[in-house]
Structure formats: structure tokens, C-alpha cells
Design a protein. Sequence first.
Length: 227
Amino acid sequence: MDEPLRVLVVAAHPDDAEFGAGGTVARWTAEGRHVSYLVVTSGDKGSHDLQVDPVELAARREREQCEAARRLGVTDVHFLRWLDGEVEASMRLREQLCLTIRKLRPGLVVTHDPWRLYQLHPDHRATGMGTVDAVIAARDHLFFRDQLGAGLAHHRVRELYLFTTDHPNTWVDIAASFERKVAAVAAHVSQIRQPDDLASRMRERAQRIGEAAGLALAEEFKRIELS
């Protein structure tokens, strides 16, 4: 499959990809694009239950993530299993992300906008920055040279789509894929506190975003084209 048809979505936690780009992912898979997920943590701290076991929670959230991805038509889901809340934009993270990019060879990478003003969650900031840094490292053969060989080569990503951004310049019409986005988000049962009005709340947000582009329902991104 041609590289522009390959997409890699990198998210900090299970459910981040669905909330940030689920409608767009559903649209892309319907168009025949090959979409992969890479989730940096397994969300082992994502609960307000004082009795929850973090190991069991992580396993549950991985299952929820795989089901959500299936509902969107995502081909494969990978987990790095960093501890929730402890992700750092380190060389180790950059190396792991770079290796994944070189293996999967996407033409387009989607992730958190690390430059969002007052982005409080450290995992979101670190995952976004680590991914951007890894995109740059993956394209040059002198970065992480020990990864290369045995059929693995450096790889140049053509586009970045950053979600949850303060400076969107790209809006994707998700009217036809909105219900699939809702279904994917709903798969994260452990994270949904008010399931009864989930669809209406999501619709209201998609409508607000769409107003800027004259669309009924939309998701927005900061799109960066890489030379």
C-alpha cells in the first residue's frame, strides 16, 4: 500500500485517539486507509475507584482500546506500557517511537499537540513532543543507527496532524462517521461517567468545531506538511 494511505495515531492513553480524532479515523478507514494505533500508556491510573487494582485496570483499558479501534476499522493496536502519569519526552521514548515509525512506515502521523497552551496533563505534552521528535529522527539514517538493517530503513513522514490544538488549520467533515466515533468512545466503559448523554455532548462539541469551517460536524487539527 502506498505510504500516503498509511496512518499512525500516537496517543498517551486509551481513549485519547477516539476523543481527539475518532471521526477522522473512521472516515479514513472507510476510504481504504490503513490506520495503526500506538498507545504509550495503558491508563493504569485512570480511575476514581479507591479500591481499583492498577494492573487489572490497565488490562481492562487495553481491551477497551482494542474494541474501540475495531469499531473504527483500525488495523492494529500497539502498547508501549509506560506508567500512566510518568511519560517523559526522553531519548528512550523518542527511540521507541522512532522504531515504530520505521517499522510501520506511515505517510501521516496523528498525535497530541504538545504546544497547546496550558496543556496540563504531562503525558499528553510528552507524547506529543516525543512523537514530533521521533518523526524527525526516523527520517535520517544517522539517528538510532542500531535500528537499521535486517530490512528496516529510515523513513520520512509526509504530514503531521495534531489534535486538541489551539491553532487549527484543518477541519475534517465527520458527519458521515460521527456515529462510529460515538460507538468507539462508548467502548471505553471504565472512563464514561455519564453514558446517557454521551452522544449529545459529543455532537455539541463537533458542531462547535464545525462552525469555523462551515461544517455540520467536524474535528480540527494543526496540520504540518514536512518537506
